[in-house]
Design a binder for this molecule. Structure first.
Ligand code: ARG
Length: 544
């Protein structure tokens, strides 16, 4: 419909092309204003006429086609009222396609998404849960638009902290404890290192020398590091499995350890590197930014150095159109620095292609969450707790199910609830985590959307719905049904908007809007009526 209206307008407006027209078209909030509206404000300057006059001129020059009931001018708007029956037929035939919402705007283009990226030997916390959820959602959104997405896990698996960990392990650790307790024990050792180093500063030198050994390929150092790495990755993968998340590349910071030297050389060659108290930096004061540290005074590379190497590697390997970084807001400066350095190195594409996607904090204020060591919260524990809370409800409501069925349903609902809670608000907003809210079946939650889906499935099952049945679209012209169609009809645009704004909440909100419109439709219109024509038409709506 939108496309048809664009074509109509394109035929009578010379000063805009079809894609501008499409962008200008609005969907009015009030139904008195029609189904689509074209605002003429922006044409005024070009045409030297008042927008109201332009709107009248446009309306007058269009011959009303069969799919429109009327075309009206209201103020500076041309409003289009679609024929409900044609509208219903169009929306239904589009939306039943497998490819509904897809597009080929991304065809032949690559987007890298750097997300999740937890730190080896540290817990996968709620912040990592958010980047994982948001990144995975962006992956789905961009894939839907035809992009090839490279899902990259930039694990924090390199840096001086591993020197400290090796020292702590050698002094106070044991193989059995690490084997048995994994990350929890590694975190204990890390904390212990800092306590001990306060008393005995020489430990810091030892740690530095172990990291130096790692950087220079020492077999023993690398063996211990790799062991910690494997243990951590196994734990992370447990969490990913629960969430149904996968990556194309586990190329963490260590992957770039032999690629930082050339970064330093390139920066030196281009005269960008300067000395600062023995360290090497790129001065960014001209851009109102703190300097970007490249080498510490002991000559070791840092987080930023490896990120610069990573951009170069990814550009060379994937030739991305965009590379997105999903992390907390606190890394804003870090990415601004890295992106600026890339630009200064002469990469003109860096400005528009490298994009930091920050998100707000998760606050657990007041919630009691199970913790393992100390007060540390693991994402895995939150997910498992959600599952077990849902399982209790299922035990009570559906005792007839087998244990496997209960467990499976509990996982889908529990994990879905946590994921939806992370996606529902604009990503930049802080999220508060409250069990009551997250798991509520009636609120604006994942379980509610899932519940709506299940209700539809059960209606179709009970009615032995046959999807090949031809339906008469003039049967579904009443307000709740048309409103539901209107919601469903937004989907292709919703996917595009979400991609453009890097904002999964647009899709989450949409799914809630559809669920709520469905509920209104279902309460107003009985589906299983005797009239066969009407029943089939309404069942079709349910099936969408
Ligand atoms: N490991 C980092 C953290 O946990 C996130 C890494 C983000 N990606 C990147 N390329 N720097 O905060």
């Amino acid at each position: 419909m939108r496309q048809k209206i664009v074509e109509l307008l394109d035929g009578v407006i010379d000063v805009l092309n079809a894609s501008d027209i499409s962008e200008f078209i609005e969907i009015p909030q009030k139904k008195e204003l029609g189904d689509y509206a074209f605002p003429c404000f922006r044409l005024a300057k070009e045409l030297h006429k008042a927008p109201q006059i332009i709107a009248s001129d446009i309306a007058a020059s269009i011959t009303r086609p069969f799919f429109l009931d009327k075309i009206e001018v209201q103020g500076a708007y041309v409003n289009f009222f679609t024929n409900k029956s044609v509208y219903a037929r169009t929306v239904i035939s589009n939306s039943v396609e497998e490819s509904y919402g897809s597009s080929d705007i991304g065809k032949g283009k690559v987007i890298c998404i750097d997300y999740s990226s937890p730190n080896v030997a540290k817990n996968f916390h709620v912040g990592h849960l958010r980047t994982t959820v948001i990144g995975n959602s962006l992956y789905k959104i961009y894939s839907k638009l035809g992009y090839k997405v490279e899902r990259i896990n930039h694990l924090g698996d390199w840096g001086t902290q591993f020197g400290k960990l090796i020292v702590a392990y050698k002094n106070w650790g044991s193989e059995e404890a690490v084997r048995e307790k994994g990350i929890e024990e590694l975190m204990r050792l890390y904390v212990l290192f800092h306590d001990e180093a306060d008393k005995n500063p020489e430990l810091q030198d030892e740690a530095r020398s172990w990291f130096h050994k790692m950087e220079t390929g020492d077999v023993e150092a690398l063996k211990i590091w790799k062991w910690f790495f494997d243990i951590s990755l196994d734990e992370f993968k447990r969490t990913y499995k629960l969430m149904g998340v996968e990556f194309d590349h586990y190329t963490g910071e260590s992957f770039y350890r032999d690629k930082t030297q050339s970064v330093v050389e390139e920066l030196t060659e281009k005269g960008l590197l300067s000395d600062s108290e023995g360290a090497k930096i790129v001065d960014l004061s001209e851009y109102d930014m703190a300097p970007c540290l490249i080498l510490k005074n002991d000559g070791s590379s840092i987080y930023a150095t490896r990120d610069i190497a990573a951009v170069e590697y990814r550009k060379k390997t994937y030739n991305f159109e965009k590379c997105l970084y999903v992390t907390g807001q606190e890394q804003k400066l870090h990415f601004a620095q890295v992106f600026k350095v890339m630009e200064l190195l002469g990469n003109d594409w860096a400005k528009d292609s490298l994009i930091h996607i920050p998100y707000g904090l998760v606050s657990l204020a007041g919630e009691k969450l199970s913790t393992r060591g100390g007060n540390v919260i693991y994402a895995e524990d939150i997910l498992n707790e959600a599952i077990s809370k849902i399982k209790e409800i299922i035990e009570e409501k559906n005792p007839e199910l087998s244990d496997e069925e209960k467990q499976n349903a509990a996982r889908i609902v529990g994990v879905g609830a946590v994921i939806f809670n992370d996606l529902y608000n604009q990503r930049i907003k802080d999220v508060s985590f409250k069990w009551d809210k997250v798991l509520n079946f009636d609120g604006e939650t994942g379980p509610y959307v899932q519940y709506t889906y299940c209700r539809c499935a059960s209606i179709l099952r009970n009615a032995s719905y046959d999807e090949n049945l031809q339906i008469d679209c003039s049967q579904i012209l009443d307000e709740p049904a048309i409103t539901l169609l209107k919601e469903i009809n937004r989907f292709p645009q919703v996917v595009k908007d979400a991609a453009e704004k890097y904002e999964p909440s647009v899709v989450a909100r949409f799914s809630m809007d559809v669920a709520q419109s469905f509920s209104r439709f279902y309460n107003a219109d009985k589906v299983l009526v005797d009239d066969e024509q009407l029943r089939n038409a309404r069942l079709k709506l349910v099936s969408m």
